[in-house]
Each structure stands twice: as structure tokens, then as C-alpha cells.
Design a binder for this molecule. Structure first.
Ligand SMILES: Cc1ncc(COP(=O)(O)O)c(C=O)c1O
Length: 423
């Protein structure tokens, strides 16, 4: 490793510091960011990039949105944390905003995505025993192969990814993993009377933007309802306008409870990248399993998070981010499809709204060096666009939803040029 004191550029110094003092639990693309505004980020050398990761879809409203900056500054000098030992003047307003926006009776505020997942798992188990009548400690939760729901011990216990899971046992029992996008597998799993919930991402983001068949989610909801099993949609990455809908798992405006998830998990863009804010949404008959003392978090629902999240949701509506994601998503996929036709190693494009992925065939250069999604991301970086591979052959493209058509078309040119250089 390069000595920190002798590293010559700001970039090298920052990377050497992280390498020396930080745990090596990430493999970042070599670029050191220090500023962001809207769809752009700048590195420590002053170079500007389009951000096509958006912090894994947390920055849907764009970096440092001026309205979010303003409420955050204001709230920072007013009141930041009360804990839930007392009522706060903002929490009820925030809860009402979330419930009316997404169409649920109640919400439970937490901080990170993984905490929202843990909350939903606890809720499902308690509902199993108190409402469904499953014998004590027998409740089972069905999840999907290739899922990503976070990093806690319980959450990795239901992962099928060896990198996420191996070495962290003993694992939490009570999960069954079935194939994603397979209604037959779900039907079979639901035959077990001890199943209380099905937890699923409407599109598997971390797996590489794996989009199921159009009828998979609606039919899975119907199968769960028929068996009195909670359908729990992890919309932490797909929710809040990202896929051209407010929620990916249900068309906007659908009010029929029979066609809606029983439980929805939100995080990331709920605070527009300002602050960790997450939430679990459900109707009263499910949410009322929580009583005082059964669940909580010191920071969950704090005034700062509540204020930022109210504003973040308001921006989504005012700036019509659902419509923008839907419209620009079509343009993006249409243009990338031309590259798929042109180069045989560009295998495909898939996605919904502005959550998309480019699939490539990993190859070797004439000198034997690898040409995988990682090397293509390095080239995209050099050309002014930041994206991250998932696996060796998939690149996710998820810009902030405030991107304009003109900006998107410029990005499509950057991608086309990079693909040409990579050929
Ligand atoms: C679908 C999904 N669920 C849960 C999580 C975990 O969220 P967090 O990293 O905030 O714990 C993520 C994070 O990428 C996610 O994509």
C-alpha cells in the first residue's frame, strides 16, 4: 500500500487514508468525491461526473437539493432529537404524509433499510402468532433466491449470496428461499400453514436489476391473500418514483386492498440522501401487533428525519419525478437497445423507469487483461459518468430522477462512446 505521506495527488491521499484506516468491507470505484449538486458530483481534483448510481437510489431528488438543504439547516437549529419518550410536533405530520402518499393506515419510522426489514420480519412473526394462530416459534417467512435486504445477521440468514452470508453463522432460522419470478414455487411454499409472510423486492436491484414477468407481483399478491399470508414488498430501492411509479409493486391510484401489498418497506430516497430515514407501512390490522415496548429505535422518527422526509416526498410530487422517471426510462432503454444491436458483446438492457442495467459479455483484451463490467465502469468514469457493476457482467444505471432529457441524452452519448472504445 502506498504511504499516505508520499501519495502524490489528493485522490491518492484520500484513497490511501481509507485503505489504511477503514475496514475493507467495500470495493469502491477509484474516484474520490467531495461535492454534489443535482445530477452531478465532483471529485477532489475538480472533475465533474454524472452520478448514475445515486447512492443506490437514495438520491432520487438529486444531490444537495436546495429545499432539503434549507429544511435541514433550519431544523438543525430548532430541534433534532427527542426520542420517542415524548411526542414531537413533526412526527404526526410526517406519518400522515407517508400514509396518505402511499395509501396505508399506519407507518412505523426507523432509520436504515436493514432496520425497516428487521421491523417487517418482527411484525410478520407477531402477526403470525397473534392473528393467524401459528403455533409459538413455528412461523416461517418465504423469501427469494438472489434477494438483497441488507446486512444484519437475520437479514443475511435469508440471503442466498455466499459473499453476504458465509462466515456469519449461526443463522436465524425460520426462512424458506424459493426461486424469484416463479409463481409455482410460491404456490408450493404457501401450502405450508406455518408460512406467515412473503418478503420480496419487486425488482431485484442488487442481483443486477432483475425484472420479473409483468404478472408476477400482482399474481403473487393474489396467491398470498388467498392463503392469509402477508405480502411484504421491499421497496427500499424500487420505491419513491425510481421505477416510474410511486411504488413499483402496485400501480399508482390502486386502492383495492386485495391488489396491494400488506406491508411496504421504504428507506433511501425517503430522505433524498440527506439522512438515514426508513419506514414500514401497513394497515391497522397488521400494525396493531406492535404495542408499547415491543419495538423501537432512539433515532426512529426524530424531528430532523421527519422534517427532511416530508420535504423529500413533497419534492417528488412537485417536480413530477414519477413521470420523469417513466418517460426518460423509455428513452434510455430505446437508445441502449441500439448498442445491443450494434455490438454482440453488449447482451441486453433491462429495467423500469430509471432503474436499468446493461448486460455485457466479459472478455479479454489482446494482452490477456480482463474486460469486464468493472473495466467498462472505469472507462465511463474517465468519460465523465459514474456507475457501478453488480457482478462481472452487469452495470446498473440509476441517475437522480431530476435528470433532464438533455442531460440524459448527453449521458447516452457518453455511454455509446465508452462502449465503442471498449469494443
Ligand atoms: C432492496 C433493499 N433492501 C434493503 C436494503 C438495505 O438498506 P440499508 O443499506 O439502508 O440498510 C437495500 C440496500 O441496498 C436494498 O437495496
Amino acid at each position: 500500500m502506498q504511504e499516505i505521506t508520499t501519495a502524490s495527488t489528493k485522490t491518492q491521499r484520500a484513497m490511501a487514508m481509507e485503505d489504511r484506516y477503514g475496514a475493507h468491507n467495500y470495493h469502491p470505484l477509484p474516484v474520490v468525491l467531495e461535492r454534489g449538486e443535482g445530477v452531478f458530483v465532483w471529485d477532489v481534483e475538480g472533475k465533474r461526473f454524472y452520478d448514475f448510481l445515486s447512492a443506490y437510489s437514495a438520491v432520487n431528488q438529486g444531490h444537495c437539493h436546495p429545499r432539503l438543504v434549507k429544511v435541514m439547516q433550519d431544523q438543525a437549529t430548532t430541534l433534532t432529537l427527542t426520542s420517542r419518550a415524548f411526542y414531537s410536533s413533526l412526527l404526526g405530520n410526517y406519518e400522515k404524509e407517508v400514509c396518505t402518499t402511499f395509501g396505508y393506515d399506519k407507518m412505523l419510522p426507523m432509520n436504515t433499510g436493514a432496520e425497516a426489514v428487521e421491523t417487517a420480519l418482527k411484525m410478520a412473526r407477531k402477526w403470525a402468532y397473534e392473528k393467524k394462530g401459528i403455533p409459538a416459534d413455528q412461523a416461517k417467512i418465504v423469501v427469494c433466491d438472489g434477494n438483497f435486504h441488507g446486512r444484519t445477521i437475520t437479514v443475511v440468514s435469508m440471503s442466498s449470496d455466499p459473499e453476504s452470508r458465509d462466515g456469519f453463522g449461526p443463522y436465524t432460522p425460520g426462512f424458506e428461499i424459493i426461486a424469484f419470478d416463479d409463481l409455482g414455487a410460491l404456490e408450493k411454499a404457501l401450502a405450508d400453514k406455518n408460512v406467515c409472510a412473503f418478503l420480496v423486492e419487486p425488482i431485484q436491484g442488487e442481483r443486477g436489476v432483475y425484472v420479473p414477468a409483468d404478472d408476477y407481483i400482482p399474481k403473487a399478491i393474489a396467491l398470498c391473500k388467498a392463503k392469509n399470508v402477508l405480502f411484504m414488498a421491499d421497496e427500499i430501492q424500487t420505491g419513491i418514483a425510481r421505477t416510474g411509479r410511486l411504488l413499483c409493486s402496485v400501480p399508482d391510484g390502486e386502492t383495492d386492498k386485495a391488489r396491494r401489498p400488506d406491508v411496504v418497506l421504504l428507506a433511501k430516497a425517503l430522505s433524498g440522501g440527506m439522512y438515514p430515514v426508513s419506514a414500514v407501512l401497513a394497515n391497522d390490522e397488521v400494525m396493531d401487533v406492535f404495542t408499547p415496548g415491543t419495538h423501537g429505535s432512539t433515532y426512529g422518527g426524530n424531528p430532523m428525519g421527519a422534517r427532511v422526509a416530508i420535504e423529500a416526498l413533497s419534492i417528488v410530487k412537485d417536480e413530477k419525478l414519477v413521470e420523469n422517471a417513466e418517460r426518460l426510462g423509455h428513452i434510455f432503454r430505446e437508445e441502449i437497445a441500439k448498442l445491443v444491436d450494434q455490438y454482440d458483446w453488449v447482451r441486453g438492457v433491462r429495467g423500469r423507469g430509471l432503474l436499468n442495467a446493461l448486460l455485457i459479455e466479459p472478455r479479454e483484451a489482446s494482452d490477456g487483461s480482463p474486460k469486464t463490467a468493472w473495466e467498462l465502469c472505469l472507462l465511463l468514469r474517465d468519460n465523465g459518468l459514474l456507475a457501478k457493476p453488480t457482478h462481472g457482467d452487469i452495470i446498473r444505471f440509476a441517475p437522480p430522477l431530476v435528470i433532464t432529457e438533455e442531460q440524459l441524452r448527453e449521458c447516452l452519448r457518453i455511454i455509446a462512446v465508452s462502449v465503442e472504445q471498449f469494443a
